[in-house]
Design a protein around this ligand. Structure first.
Ligand code: F0G
Length: 357
């Protein structure tokens, strides 16, 4: 019988992370998320590559943020922090609130009012964070928390905190460990651009250590109404149905560009319609419920495939990161779902009749 138990990303990848024996490990046993082959979807879109999905919604708080948060919160405790703070489109705040609770650290989160999905707000509130909703967007919130962390004794746990990037790079390690090398392509949504930075760092480290023989091409996708890197300028009033990536001035902008250029990849944009289409295809063809922002990676692959981008890469492997769980945003799911429910009396005959059996 297999007796192996996953110990969370810090213990599993300790030698690649900035931790020591003195670091108190605050973990919810994050990581070890499924890497699923999406055969139905690949067939449906006639993609001649092997399409794999890294389902980060399976993390303890339902998003990839847990990988970075376990390191950031553990280091904050080690360094004697009295409180932590972050700005968020929802997932970072949910993760900070959960790990902060476990570490007995007060957590302050600043969110754009009315612009984060209900599930994420529920998490931050239930974990008892101090939640401030500002009448502004994520970029305003980030500016405010950066200033607060400079003026007051609270530790910033946005991805400007390098420990976040360190933890998040473990997703690239996991994928490489399963595949035995890096994939040919790695696609992911880009918001504040921390995750593309982290994956590229992880892949580069495994390559430098000789664990991987190759490096992937990094493919980043922004929402069309919130695509500052694609447009080459900050977007003052970013708009998209994918609220998680509704960001007009990403903190890790230059690292995202570096990942794109060093890897020979690209950063492109996908429309809300393309995002929703991919979101629905994942749910109906693969049984995977991710949040809309996550589906931007698959929407991007569909778009690039239509443009012929993958033509000479038949048989190669492409990994799409699905960054967060679909239950984060149940309202959007109900609004866009292909199915509706049918009301019926509690009567066998009536139910059978409605079902047309
Ligand atoms: N997908 C989801 C579900 C996210 O929550 C985020 C970012 C991203 C993709 C983009 O990742 O910022 O590293 O480029 N969410 C942040 C938050 C901004 O506050 O939860 P990124």
């Amino acid at each position: 019988m297999m007796n192996y138990r996953w110990r969370g990303v810090i213990e599993e990848y300790r030698k690649y992370l900035p931790v020591s024996d003195k670091t108190p490990v605050i973990t919810l046993l994050e990581g070890n998320t499924p890497l699923l082959e999406a055969r139905n979807l690949a067939e449906y879109i006639s993609l001649p590559l092997r399409l794999l999905l890294k389902y980060e919604g399976a993390n303890p708080t339902g998003s990839f943020k847990d990988r970075g948060m376990t390191v950031a919160i553990s280091k904050a405790v080690e360094e004697g922090a009295k409180a932590v703070i972050c700005a968020s489109t929802g997932n970072t705040s949910a993760s900070a609130a959960a790990y902060g609770a476990r570490a007995k650290l007060p957590v302050i989160v600043i969110i754009p009012k009315g612009a984060i999905a209900l599930g994420k707000l529920a998490q931050a509130l239930l974990h008892n964070a101090k939640v401030v909703a500002i009448e502004g967007n994520f970029d305003d919130a980030l500016r405010i928390v950066v200033e607060i962390s400079q003026k007051f004794p609270v530790t910033l746990v946005n991805s400007l905190n390098p420990y976040r990037i360190e933890g998040q790079k473990t997703a690239a390690f996991e994928i490489s460990d399963v595949l035995g090398d890096a994939p040919a392509f790695h696609a992911l949504p880009v918001g504040n651009a921390g995750n593309i930075t982290a994956y590229w760092k992880g892949y580069k480290e495994y390559h430098q250590l000789g664990i991987n023989k190759r490096l992937p091409r990094m493919l980043g996708f922004q929402a069309a109404g919130a695509a500052p890197i694609v447009e080459g300028r900050p977007i003052e009033n970013p708009q998209t149905v994918a609220t998680a990536i509704r960001i007009g001035n990403p903190a890790s902008w230059k690292f995202a560009v570096q990942a794109r250029d060093e890897s020979g990849g690209l950063i492109d944009k996908v429309t809300d319609e393309e995002i929703i289409q991919a979101y629905k295809l994942l749910a109906s063809l693969e049984g995977i419920f991710c949040e809309p922002a996550s589906a931007a990676s698959v929407a991007g692959v569909i778009k690039k495939h239509k443009e012929g981008y993958f033509k000479s890469f038949e048989g190669e492997t492409i990994v799409c990161t699905l960054t967060g769980h679909g239950l984060k945003d149940p309202q959007l799911a109900v609004e866009t779902a292909p199915a509706t429910f049918i009301s019926a009396p509690p009567d066998l005959e009536e139910v059978v009749k409605i079902l047309g059996l």
